[in-house]
Design a protein around this ligand. Structure first.
Ligand code: XLS
Ligand code: NI
Ligand code: NI
Length: 438
């Protein structure tokens, strides 16, 4: 079989003293952590759309990297692309991948022909998965790229578009099940609006919930036993995306009775766009019982759009992994690198380097997060901070037995509150630094 990445070797763990750019410094896939190899704790996934498809175009210029894989015929190209994808995953020790339907097989003139192409390519990918021992983390449908979706898919004002989206998602779920995927993602590509002058918001939201219900129930009927995820994002491409942030999505799935089936896929850069931290979004998901999977990337605080950079900020990866530990680790989810190299980083080696940097940053973040837990000072501080709820009036409040009259009597007896203690933020930040760099 043709080798697509001759300049990328089999990347191995060499430790932090290594100067080899094509080696892992912290990520040792087979190192046992809590009785499980790190590769199973972190569950890294390759995003097919960025890594295999996107040519680093932007609105000011054409692509800077060629992703045609030596073919012009679309189906031959799709097969070469699949060969290249598995070669790369193999060289980088990435066990999982994620795709949109249109990433793996190009869309044809009719839905029937697009579906046939998906059948053919998914057979081919199934064989490669067996050969290389790789797994599908999640599948999804691209219901935003084609001009038919210019005003949304489930939230489109045109019923034909709704029907088309439902059919497309049905097929994408079938392919996900066929390839053994344990997750299916709904990212509301253009599910939002530009102006309320032309928008019936209630109808659009009710329709979106109905689309999720219909398609997710269909998935269950054909044996999908994984998790459905909604991926929050506040803006881009539409001015206002309905799945604004984790809290909005939790409210939405609870309102429409979808919370038993749906969890969240939290993306770091989407958190930043919503003016939240990554850790905030993960915490909101966790406390709502909706922690599912992660799109591992990072944004640029100076830019207001989804730059989808590979994650290298260890402060962020550490706090992310702390939340993952608190959520009990991944079950069906994992860490999908929904990330691309910068436009001038346009060689295959840059792609490998970017994955190495991202995987190392998460392996290091995971090690630091485990140290934070083992150190215990931060958790203990938080526990102490709320200790007034463990006895007396506080315990009654926590037990929900305190009455309003009792609280008033107690407050009158206090005269004023004199018991507040310091939040000690700077002290806690210093502890974090000592754990990270000490
Ligand atoms: C775009 C989203 C997208 C989803 C999958 O901003 O992050 O890539 O992860 O449709
Ligand atoms: Ni994403
Ligand atoms: Ni994104």
């Amino acid at each position: 079989m043709k080798e697509f990445y001759p300049s990328i070797p089999q990347v191995k763990y060499e430790g932090t003293t290594s100067k080899n750019p094509m080696a892992f410094k912290w990520y040792n896939p087979d190192e046992l952590v809590d009785g499980k190899p790190m590769r199973e704790q972190l569950k890294f996934a390759m995003s097919y759309w960025h890594t295999m498809c996107a040519e680093l175009t932007d609105m000011f210029g054409v692509g800077t990297i060629d992703k045609s894989y030596g073919a012009t015929d679309p189906m031959e190209q799709a097969k070469n692309k699949a060969d290249a994808a598995f070669e790369l995953m193999n060289k980088l020790s990435i066990d999982y991948f994620c795709f949109h339907d249109r990433d793996i097989a190009p869309e044809a003139d009719t839905l029937a022909e697009s579906n046939r192409r998906l059948d053919e390519i998914s057979d081919y990918i199934g064989e490669l998965m067996q050969k290389y021992n790789k797994k599908l983390l999640w599948g999804t449908a691209n219901c935003f790229g084609n001009p038919r979706y210019m005003s949304g898919a489930g939230t489109a004002p045109n019923a034909d578009v709704f029907a088309f989206a439902a059919a497309q998602i049905k097929k994408a779920i079938e392919i996900t099940v066929k390839l053994g995927g344990k997750g299916y993602v709904y990212w509301g590509g253009r599910e939002g609006y530009e102006t309320l002058l032309n928008t019936d918001m209630k109808l659009e939201l009710d329709n979106l919930a109905y689309l999720l219900k219909l398609t997710s129930e269909y998935g269950r009927s054909i044996g999908f036993d994984g998790d459905y995820y909604i991926e929050p994002k506040p803006k881009e491409p539409t001015k206002h995306q309905y799945d604004f942030d984790a809290a909005t999505v939790c409210g939405f799935i609870q309102k429409y009775g979808l919370d038993r089936d749906f969890k969240l896929n939290i993306e770091a850069n989407h958190a930043t766009l919503a003016a939240h931290t990554f850790q905030h979004e993960l915490t909101v998901a966790r406390i709502n019982g909706a922690f599912g999977s992660i799109d591992a990337n990072q944004g640029d605080v100076l830019l207001g759009w989804d730059t989808d950079q590979f994650p290298t900020n260890v402060y962020e990866t550490a706090l992310c992994m702390l939340e993952v530990i608190r959520a009990g680790g991944f079950t069906n989810g994992g860490l999908n690198f929904d990330a691309k190299t910068r436009r001038p980083s346009n060689t295959p080696e840059d792609i490998a380097q970017a994955y190495i940097a991202g995987m190392d940053s998460f392996a290091l973040g995971y090690k630091i997060a485990r140290k934070i837990v083992a150190d215990g000072r931060i958790d203990e501080f938080v526990k102490q901070r709320y200790s007034s709820y463990s006895s007396g009036i506080g315990k009654k409040i926590l037990d929900r037995t305190a009455t309003i009259d009792e609280l008033e009597k107690y407050a009158l007896g206090l005269g004023d509150v004199t018991t507040n203690t310091s939040g000690k933020q700077e002290y806690l930040e210093d502890i974090l630094n000592v754990i990270m760099f000490g």
